[in-house]
Design a protein around this ligand. Structure first.
Ligand code: PEP
Ligand code: CO
Length: 458
């Protein structure tokens, strides 16, 4: 504190403040029934310690800057929506484990560092296509994520409750604490992660296809060992940097956790290292973009088929006018059918305007449909299909496919169709537990990582 104020990284100049979003239309905000209760929660959160430190966010911006110019690859992954009711140490460990396993495979495939970012420790709010839903003969408010209301299909459960913002903060603190312990305390040991991957390859019906990659990693480890590199003593081989991210949707929460960095005087949203705006809240003149324009964290925006090239350029100007590499990630989520029509032109336009973005592919959200049994699902083959096209288009245009954005869990769920175990529609009900969108299970996620490694190797 007490350091001269620097300008925000946006074109709002001195007008930006953590609450300047309030002057703009804010989509997808709950109607809190008791404004007084919300104000109290806001005051409480504003006085609580930040979850992350500004220096960490700057470190992540630098790492993402490498991904913007082809020197790193990003894996951003986790739940569609974290849950208050399914919150266990084992669940966090298993999710981290599968992300770390994927990251090792991708590191080998890319031959580059993999920046690991979780959709975790704050991913508690969901945008909805309709503010209400029909349950039997009743119309009730839609579920908006455990940060806002409960998913039970009952009128009273759906009433927004601001005390949930504090619960979300507390669960995020506990989650992040465990993540920090796991990633620095030995759980992220490279040889151990490789052993888990070998087990997957040995026990998967299609494992043969992945044997050559697993063999390649194995011989790299043996080579390092033979060179005298201590595989268990070397910090870089048994500790990893793991960053947190979520959709910055509920702006009362994000504002309350925004702090001015005492070293630089800059504002940071200390609820996570990285924040993004979703497909439904990415209006360049809207409240969400206004908020993100002034915080110095690395930020991202989803880009779907309804975004014009001008919309995307306006977002680049609003969110990264100084063209700082790593500041802005564009997460495209067109769907396997539409990517070909949209991505090539967008890559050329953004490139010709000199915007240094990380191009990330979210192959999940453009490929969701409702199965005959009523469950929201996605086909593994569509997910792979969008990724294949993403990598091919980047190669054709001469741009770097900087990363992937995946919804997954370490649990043995049956939410997406296909993959190593070839889950079929009739099996979706066996273990369908997501609070929102369908996630890849641990084995499907690893299967995906091996296939992306193949795509990275060309
Ligand atoms: C999400 O990431 O869960 C999501 C809702 O995505 P999108 O904004 O791209 O629809
Ligand atoms: Co989702």
């Amino acid at each position: 504190m007490g350091v001269a104020r620097s300008t925000p990284p946006s074109d709002t100049g001195d007008l930006w403040t953590p609450d300047s979003w309030r002057l703009r239309p804010a989509a997808q905000q709950p109607t809190w029934p008791d404004e007084g209760a919300l104000k109290q929660v806001h005051a409480k959160l504003s006085g609580l310690p930040p979850l992350v430190f500004a220096g960490e966010a700057r470190h992540l911006t630098r790492s993402l800057g490498q991904a913007a110019d082809g020197r790193a690859f990003v894996l951003q992954a986790g739940d569609c929506a974290e849950s208050f009711s399914e919150f266990t140490a084992d669940g966090i460990r298993d999710k981290l484990k599968v992300i770390l396993q994927m990251a090792v495979v991708l590191t080998y495939g890319a031959g580059l560092p993999v920046v690991k970012v979780g959709r975790i420790a704050g991913q508690f709010a969901k945008p909805r296509s309709s503010p209400t839903e029909q349950v039997g003969d009743q119309v009730i408010e839609s579920f908006r994520g455990h940060m806002v209301n409960d998913d039970l299909p009952e009128r009273s459960a759906r009433v927004p409750d601001p005390s949930r913002l504090v619960s979300a903060y507390e669960q995020s603190v506990a989650t992040l604490n465990l993540l920090r312990a796991f990633t620095k305390g030995g759980f992220a040991d490279l040889s151990q992660i490789h052993a888990w991957n070998q087990e997957f390859v040995a026990t998967s019906t299609e494992g043969r296809r992945f044997e050559s990659i697993a063999e390649g990693i194995d011989s790299a480890l043996r080579f390092m060992d033979a060179c005298g590199i201590n595989l268990t003593g070397e910090d870089t081989l048994h500790q990893v940097d793991f960053w947190t991210s979520h959709e910055a949707l509920i702006l009362d929460y994000e504002e309350a956790l925004t702090r001015r960095d005492s070293l630089t005087g800059d504002w940071y949203d200390c609820s996570a290292h990285m924040l993004w705006v979703g497909e439904r809240t990415r209006q360049a003149d809207g409240a969400h973009v206004e908020f993100l324009s002034g915080v110095h964290n690395p930020v991202a925006t989803k880009v779907g088929p309804s975004a014009s090239e001008d919309d995307v350029l306006a977002l680049c100007e609003r969110l990264n006018p100084d063209r700082i590499p790593g500041r802005l990630t564009l997460i495209t989520r067109f769907g396997v059918e539409a990517i070909e029509d949209h991505l090539p032109g967008l890559l050329r336009t953004v490139g010709s305007e000199g915007h240094p973005v990380v191009w990330m592919c979210d192959p999940m959200h453009g490929n969701t449909f409702t199965a005959d049994g009523g469950q929201k699902t996605r086909r593994f083959d569509d997910i792979i299909g969008e990724l294949q096209t993403f990598f091919r288009i980047h190669r054709d245009v001469g741009t770097w496919p900087g990363g992937v954005h995946i919804e997954l869990t370490g649990d043995d769920v049956t939410e997406c169709l296909g993959g190593v175990e070839d889950i079929v529609e009739g099996q979706l009900d066996q273990n369908y537990t997501t609070t929102c969108d369908p996630r890849l299970n641990g084995r499907q996620a690893l299967d995906l990582a091996f296939r992306i490694a193949d795509l990275l190797r060309g």
